[in-house]
Design a protein around this ligand. Structure first.
Ligand SMILES: Nc1ncnc2c1ncn2[C@@H]1O[C@H](COP(=O)(O)OP(=O)(O)OP(=O)(O)O)[C@@H](O)[C@H]1O
Length: 457
């Protein structure tokens, strides 16, 4: 047994206190003994004990164990996470069982065998350690959640279109209803999902975001539902999936339109049964998640084409929130541009005073295919590259529509073909640099990788 742990032994029998002190002292950090249970509250206030060994009977000749149960309740009132081991008479199974039902961790039979008693105390110490670590982690997680869930603080935009979005979030957040967020790339779908969580009753629990487009077909089940050790070559340890990790909180499934039909079926089963099976296990685990999904695809059209399951759509879209593209948000572009300008001037410590009127006009005229994310990148780049006091229209390096389509030979107008051609051109322009190409296209690196894979580029 490692030498850690502070133990309190409460028993009216001085011989028992003496022998337990002698035995335990060799193995644990500190042993405190007490013959009068009336002193328990004072002792608990003065010191933190890892494990408490508690006798059942204190009055002379008493055998009912009532006193023990009374003091067990008292201890748990003062310290709800206390680890208490009941000392019971040999053969008194009924009382031992009742003790555990009432909150004791385990029991020690009198007369005890030293080895057995040490093993029980050791397990109790380990339990106490895990309980404390868990409590610490919870506190830390709640602190992180508070920082991450800044309600609406992250949103910039006062347009009527965005006011509608804020209204929807306020109405839906607390309901626990499944929400489907629709909108083009970079419109702020993840931000909406976080705001829904931050304003929900689950706000102190975890928010887990999964980009379904970035998870390969083979890893989908293990990532979402978890796996047990040995279920496949790389499964070296048991691992919970995202559903289990998010349990109690919110699970955000981004790019739900990218799921293949077989995976849609698997997801639907989990949502219907409200339980997951880790890969390689046959023990279902209940899950309690608030589901938020997002996509930039037209799901009804995909259903008509047989690419998306109608029943899955019903499960995920109790409420839909539509995020308008940036070009349709009246008056939001200057607000967002100034917001990002302030953020990046601070971040890069640049002595730039602002964005010129001309530059702002260019920003307002531009169509923003990559929406807010693209605007953010354009302003960041301009701040980094700026040399003067003001950011001019040229600093923005925005290509005009005619420039951007210059040299783009389109043989047909099939959207996939157009997308492929544009990606090829931008990749060439940036000499295969994924980050630069993704930024130019207003996509995340992951989204670009996915498209490169899709088109076999
Ligand atoms: N209204 C807004 N105010 C401030 N920042 C915003 C706003 N909308 C989006 N952003 C910022 O723009 C970036 C892209 O937003 P987000 O990731 O939420 O978009 P998305 O729609 O989920 O993108 P994708 O479709 O590529 O997953 C993020 O850095 C986000 O903080």
């Amino acid at each position: 047994m490692e030498k850690f742990g502070k133990i309190l032994v409460v028993d009216d029998n001085e011989d028992i206190l003496f022998s337990l002190r002698l035995l335990l002292r060799q193995h644990v950090e500190k042993v405190t003994t007490e013959s009068d249970p009336g002193n328990i509250p004072v002792l608990l206030k003065k010191e933190e004990f890892d494990v408490i060994l508690l006798d059942m009977n204190f009055t002379k000749d008493a055998i009912s164990g009532q006193e023990g149960f009374f003091w067990l309740q008292k201890i748990l009132e003062i310290e709800p996470s206390a680890v208490v081991l009941f000392i019971t008479a040999y053969g008194d199974v009924e009382k031992s069982v009742r003790a555990i039902k009432e909150g004791a961790t385990d029991f020690i039979l009198k007369p005890w065998q030293n080895e057995k008693l040490l093993a029980t105390v050791n397990s109790a110490l380990n339990l106490c350690k895990s309980k404390r670590e868990l409590a610490q982690l919870r506190i830390r997680q709640q602190a992180i959640n508070r920082v991450m869930n800044k309600s609406f603080a992250d949103f910039v935009g006062k347009s009527p279109e965005m006011q509608d979005v804020y209204d929807s979030i306020s109405k839906v957040a607390e309901t626990d209803a499944s929400v489907l967020i629709l909108g083009e790339n970079g419109t702020g779908k993840e931000l909406v999902a976080r705001a829904l969580h931050a304003n929900s009753l689950r706000k102190d629990e975890t928010f887990i975001s999964v980009d379904l487009g970035a998870i390969s077909e083979t890893l989908f089940e293990s990532e979402l539902f978890g796996h047990v050790k040995g279920s496949f070559t790389d499964a070296k340890v048991d691992r919970p999936g995202r559903f289990e990790i998010a349990s109690g909180g919110t699970l955000f499934l981004d790019e739900i339109g990218n799921l293949s039909l077989p995976l849609q079926a698997k997801l639907l089963t989990v949502l219907e049964r409200r339980e997951v099976l880790r890969v390689g296990s046959n023990k279902p685990k209940p899950i309690d998640v608030r589901l938020i999904c997002a996509t930039n695809m037209n799901l009804p059209q995909m259903i008509a084409e047989g690419k998306f399951r109608q029943d899955l759509l019903y499960r995920i879209n109790t409420v839909e929130v539509d995020l308008p593209p940036l070009r349709e948000r009246d008056g939001d572009i200057p607000l967002l541009a100034n917001h990002f300008f302030a953020v990046y001037v601070r971040k890069y410590k640049k002595a730039v005073r602002g964005i010129t009127k001309d530059a702002m006009q260019r920003l307002e005229e531009y169509k923003w295919p990559g929406n807010v994310r693209e605007l953010q990148h354009v302003v960041e780049r301009a701040v980094i590259m700026s040399e003067g006091e003001w950011i001019s229209a040229d600093d923005l390096q925005l290509r005009t529509v005619s420039q951007s389509s210059e040299g783009l030979d389109l043989d047909n107008y099939n959207l996939d073909e157009v997308e492929k051609t544009v990606i090829l051109k931008v990749m060439k322009m940036h000499h295969g640099n994924i980050s630069k190409a993704a930024s130019e296209l207003g996509l995340t690196r992951t989204s670009l990788y996915r498209r490169l894979e899709k088109y076999g580029l």
